[in-house]
Design a protein around this ligand. Structure first.
Ligand code: HEC
Length: 361
């Protein structure tokens, strides 16, 4: 997939095992899902500080992936799809398990922030803080890979598959996360394992906050990954093909259902299409929400001083600068934060965050 540099689909083929394409074929067939192999034992701490093991996950199907929070290309692509699956399986007794492949950086509290940014309402999502000593065995047991590189913008290259594990801990399917058809098969297969209909229409219930619950902020709060949307409505947008368009409602709508059709200049095609996930009413609501983000920032207290939006370099949230915004100076530049907590983390170790800092001029 063009533009996704930080991860490649790596698959360890061991002699007698069928190739991934065959797994997909199995999963696609109407027959029962194949028993691929037994998921390995593991024991890690989740984003709430609770120990999670393969044994505690028994009793319900779960979907696993392997990510790290500082990744700005493949992981936003994968996590946005993870959130879409969470939506598609709203109300089902299915667990979602994201293993961090960056034990050095991804502590439980970093993972908690990540989960909040992407889908703060999701209670079935477990993000595991791994440790460097045991991670290689876990990866081998899931037949995925993660390797450090010397490239600071792509520090870890890792597998980008989703795995479906049944209530008895057996892997029943492997799915290419960048393939929409594979993702919808995963939804069908997981539903079949959960053997239960959705208990409620979760998506409609969240209709008043689609923007947050669909994980839009996961990418759009970090200008390194996706354009900030706050001042978008009505603005002129420069596209990859050199043309310029006005961001009216029709453009916003197209951007959401067919994002690849009009790529914004300077960005990669990471965004999934939300066409299949949204009803017409929800789509209209989402366009209104993107519009409203503009009204919020375009109507600050003093009209002659436009709102200044910056990105908190610690948690990557968008921050509107006001008189009370937590602030630090770094090499003479002002850096703003969403909270004192983020400022304190920054001040304690500025070097760690300055790589991705977005500072006002
Ligand atoms: C995986 C990361 C990702 C997620 C999740 C994501 N987007 Fe995007 N989005 C992008 C990127 C990258 C671009 C710029 C490239 C392009 O045009 O596709 C973009 C472009 C856009 C644009 C056009 C922006 C402009 O400046 O013209 C809109 C509108 C938009 N997204 C809305 C949304 C909404 C609403 C959601 C949630 C339903 C969402 N996006 C989720 C990555 C993402």
């Amino acid at each position: 997939m063009a533009g996704v540099a930080c991860a490649v689909l790596v698959w360890r083929l061991s002699g007698s095992k069928p190739a991934p394409a065959e797994f997909y074929a199995y999963s696609a067939s109407g027959r029962s899902l194949p028993n691929l192999w037994v998921a390995p034992p593991f024991s890690y701490v989740d984003q709430q500080g609770t120990v999670v093991t393969n044994a505690t996950l028994r009793g319900r199907p779960w979907i696993a992936d392997f990510i790290f929070t500082e990744c700005t290309s493949a992981c936003p692509m994968m996590t946005s799809r993870m959130v879409l699956i969470q939506h598609a399986l709203a109300g089902l007794d299915v667990q979602f398990v994201s293993f961090s492949v960056d034990p050095r950086h991804d502590t439980p509290s970093v993972l908690a922030t990540y989960a909040r940014t992407w889908n703060r309402a999701e209670t079935r999502w477990t993000l595991l803080s791994t440790d460097a000593r045991r991670l290689p065995d876990t990866l081998a047991g899931f037949r995925v890979t993660a390797e450090r590189t010397k490239d600071p913008t792509n520090p870890i290259v890792h597998s980008s598959v989703f795995l479906l594990v049944d209530p008895d801990g057996r892997v029943r399917g492997v799915y290419d996360s960048s393939d929409d058809a594979a993702r919808s098969r995963l939804g069908t297969d997981a539903r079949r394992l959960a053997d239960q209909e959705a208990l409620h229409a979760g998506q409609e219930a969240e209709a008043d906050d689609l923007y947050a619950s669909l994980g839009c902020t996961g990418c759009h709060a970090n200008p390194q990954v996706a354009p900030l949307l706050d001042d978008l409505s009505g603005a002129q947008v420069k596209l990859q093909d050199g043309t310029t368009v006005t961001a009216d409602d029709a453009y916003l709508r197209r951007s959401i259902v067919d994002p690849a059709a009009q790529l914004v200049a300077g960005y990669s095609p990471l965004m999934p299409s939300y066409a299949a996930e949204l009803s017409e009413t929800q789509l209209a609501e989402l366009v209104r929400e993107v519009d409203a983000r503009r009204s919020a920032s375009a109507a600050p207290g003093s009209p002659d001083e436009p709102a200044r939006l910056v990105t908190d370099p610690v948690c990557h949230m968008t921050v509107r600068v006001g008189p009370d915004t937590p602030l630090a100076t770094d090499h003479g530049r002002e850096v703003y934060f969403c909270s004192d907590r983020c400022r304190d983390s920054f001040v304690a170790n500025p070097f760690k965050f300055t790589k991705s800092a977005v500072s006002p001029p």
